[in-house]
Design a protein around this ligand. Structure first.
Ligand code: ZN
Ligand code: ZN
Length: 683
């Protein structure tokens, strides 16, 4: 009935008419005409309008109802108008809510409460507080429903002084013990970081042990979890008279935020009831702490238990796939999303683009991207960065222009993606142009990542002197990553002298960082200065510094398999090493020569070849060749930069096997096809 009425409403376009009811609205002329007040079974016209307001689906509907309310002379009835203001909130139409408010003469607490709440819910905290002040000025007495939202606004703005003033105002009005207000007060002090104070307030709450006060406990526990004080949080949790699933979720989240995966897992198993939030917390927590394999296992477990994921669960699972390049798992999740009628909204769409781009399927990423209707800056940035790491520079730049033409103003993240695109394609002049445009057209102060990108840009193009000059002129102190970028460029272009210089800077900055030693070792090994290599090795040993461990992932048969260098733990290790041996022999026939410059230690030539021979990406490749049907692409993810030797072996392997090999290292994608790589041997 209500729905039909709204449908008729939406057919008219003459809602601005103030004096006459348009004839073509059959609803208004039949059911709310003064001569025949039948209101569709509602006791009064006010109630009838309130029902219509609650059933509204858009601001447009609300405006039509508002017109009718004015026509019926009900626009000064506070309980109708307060509902109208509240209903603007889910549509985020705060300008409209304010205009309704300003057209109401002598607003009472009803009207003010509706507006203050709507503004606070729409994160317009300052406006929410200024209307509270206006309430005072107009001598309208606030009540127990006013304060929770004003307190929330003060908490969000972190205005401690105002918060305290509100607290004393509440005490003066005798509302301090109201349970709703009490929760808001404790929550506000928690957000201010004044945990002792919120604990004191909690202890002074006479009815805190009543079961109905579980929310109060949760707010406090959540505060301690956020502050990382898990001991106090756990103590409070154990002392609770009754817990609900939100109490459990708070503590679970606390363990995961601290990176304590083991406690989180034990706690998760202990939970008497798990809802979608519990599962999602666990999935996102595993993924953010680097255990993406377990994140995905947990996601599948959740589906088996019959719990329907929400958008955030799907996004978390997809980003776990993106992080480890698990394409099959990503595709399965995409299919799940489609067959379970999830809407491909901005969040899920962006996560899908990111997943496909980082799993090496740039074409799929582009397809999903083109289907997203409501793209925001993040969506564009993810797509542009995806194109950049795949070496599709021209497309990335074109997309950047498209984005600007939709009126979206670029930020530092999307500029970083653009600079990355230029750097991967050796477009020095264009890159510098973008860098200047960012600074002078958009007034974005470059951060250390942008500077690194420019050093990379010069470095990759072999303009090492320019890179060094740029570092010396930078307004910020060059850090480890910047010198590292220069070092990599020097080592690619075999400028040993400058590499040594960069390497010394690296060691000065981070004497404990294993990377510095590896860098230094690499140049000495390249120059066959074995005594120096040995010196570095001893220095590392003396300072108890270990080489960073390289690992590679490959997905075979829906399972993620990970390999370390020289790994012998895989159940099919014998076949893997046999395949690798065969590959080496055949590659050599194709002209592959092991590049022993990359081996760290001064060992015999043959041993050096062995050390190279079992790099994690080579093991993953051999396993991919035996574990997947011939003709299919092999996809490998490596946590460090691929070494030159593995790179040349991958090229040969792609030719010998007739397969496409897609390898993602920490910097970019390498697509090996028929003996060549898309990076043009430049990374
Ligand atoms: Zn290697
Ligand atoms: Zn490559």
């Amino acid at each position: 009935m209500i729905g039909r009425g709204l449908f008729l409403f939406s057919q008219t376009k003459t809602t601005t008419t103030k004096t006459t009811i348009p004839r073509n609205i059959s609803f208004s002329s039949q059911t709310i005409s003064k001569q025949n007040p039948s209101y569709g079974g509602f006791s009064s016209p006010e109630n009838h309008f309130i029902s219509l307001i609650h059933a509204s689906k858009t601001t447009h509907h609300l405006k039509q109802i508002h017109t009718q309310i004015i026509l019926q002379n009900l626009n000064q009835r506070s309980h109708v108008i307060s509902q109208l203001i509240s209903s603007c909130s889910p549509f985020k139409s705060m300008d409209y809510a304010l205009s309704i408010f300003h057209n109401f003469h002598n607003p009472n607490a009803f009207i003010f409460n509706a507006l203050i709440r709507a503004l606070s819910d729409n994160t317009q905290f300052e406006s929410s507080i200024s209307h509270f002040v206006l309430m005072f000025r107009l001598n309208v007495r606030p009540d127990r429903l006013t304060f929770p939202f004003v307190l929330k606004s003060a908490a969000s703005l972190l205005t401690v002084k105002l918060g305290r003033a509100l607290h004393s105002g509440i005490a003066k009005l005798g509302l301090e013990l109201d349970s709703f207000i009490r929760i808001s007060l404790v929550d506000m002090y928690v957000k201010f970081g004044l945990l002792d104070y919120s604990l004191q307030l909690f202890d002074e709450t006479p009815e805190r042990n009543k079961c109905a006060n579980v929310l109060l406990w949760n707010v406090l526990i959540n505060g301690f979890c956020r502050a990382g004080d898990m001991d106090t949080a756990s103590e409070l949790f154990e002392a609770m008279p009754e817990r609900n699933v939100a109490s459990w979720n708070s503590l679970l989240n606390g363990f995961l935020r601290k990176g304590d995966l083991e406690s989180a897992r034990v706690f998760f198993d202990r939970m008497p009831e798990k809802n979608v939030v519990s599962w999602t917390t666990m999935i996102a927590g595993f993924s953010q702490n680097g255990d993406n394999k377990r994140a995905l296992d947990t996601f599948y477990m959740m589906l088996e238990e019959g719990v329907r994921p929400n958008d955030y669960t799907v996004v978390s699972a997809l980003s776990a796939c993106a992080r480890i390049g698990a394409l099959d798992a990503g595709i399965r999740i995409h299919e799940y999303v489609l067959s379970n009628r999830f809407r491909i909204n901005r969040q899920i769409g962006t996560a899908l683009v990111d997943m496909y781009a980082k799993c090496g399927k740039i074409e799929c990423a582009k397809r999903v991207f083109s289907e997203i209707k409501e793209k925001d800056l993040l969506t564009w940035s993810v797509m542009i960065l995806g194109l950049a790491i795949h070496g599709c520079c021209e497309e990335a730049l074109r997309l950047f222009d498209d984005m600007k033409s939709t009126g979206i103003v670029p930020d530092e993240v999307v500029f970083l993606a653009i600079l990355t695109a230029c750097s991967h394609s050796g477009l020095v002049d264009q890159g510098l142009c973008f860098f200047n445009s960012m600074r002078f057209d958009y007034l974005i102060e470059p951060n250390v990542k942008h500077y690194t990108c420019i050093v990379d840009l010069f470095g990759r193009a072999g303009q090492l002197e320019e890179a060094l000059k740029f570092i010396e002129r930078m307004p910020i102190e060059p850090d480890f990553v910047i010198w590292g970028a220069l070092f990599c460029a020097c080592s690619s272009h075999k400028n040993i002298q400058m590499a040594e210089f960069a390497s010394e800077r690296l060691l000065q900055l981070e004497p404990k960082h294993p990377g510095s030693y590896v860098f230094l070792s690499n140049i000495y090994a390249g120059a066959k200065r074995w005594e120096d290599v040995e010196r570095v090795r001893i220095a590392m040993k003396d300072r108890q510094i270990e080489k960073p461990q390289g690992w590679s992932f490959i997905e075979v048969g829906g399972q993620i398999h990970s390999f370390l260098a020289g790994d012998h733990s895989h159940p099919r290790r014998e076949e893997i090493y046999r395949k690798l041996e065969e590959l080496k022999v055949r590659s050599r026939a194709e002209g592959y020569m092991p590049d022993i410059g990359w081996v760290l230690h001064n060992i015999e030539e043959e041993e050096k070849e062995d050390a190279l021979g079992s790099h994690s990406e080579k093991l993953a490749l051999a396993f991919g060749l035996i574990g997947t049907p011939s003709g299919t692409a092999i996809r490998i993810v490596k946590n460090l930069r691929i070494c030159r030797d593995c790179h040349s072996m991958m090229k040969c392997a792609s030719k010998i096997s007739g397969r496409e090999i897609v390898l993602r290292d920490i910097k970019r994608f390498h697509h090996f096809r028929d003996g060549a790589c898309t990076c043009g041997d430049y990374w």
